[in-house]
Design a protein around this ligand. Structure first.
Ligand SMILES: [Zn+2]
Length: 68
């Protein structure tokens, strides 16, 4: 078994390309109490919904570019 130390000595692990107009949107739904909120990796956050299906719909709408 190799016993390598990750993150040490490695340069340029993740290089973010410049000028990425198409930011990746990965949405998730998180439950907050009785509500469900859609979140995205870009920092977007949907409104609190009572139903998870609604929150997921918000997320899908955002992913497809429906909401800025
Ligand atoms: Zn997003």
């Amino acid at each position: 078994m190799g016993n390598r130390l990750p993150g040490i000595g490695t340069v340029g692990r993740v290089a973010q390309p410049e000028g990425t107009s198409a930011q990746e949107h990965r949405t998730t739904t998180a439950e907050q109490g009785r509500f469900c909120v859609a979140r995205c990796t870009c920092g977007w956050r949907g409104p609190a919904r009572r139903a998870r299906s609604l929150a997921r719909r918000d997320a899908e709408t955002h992913e497809t570019g429906g909401a800025p």
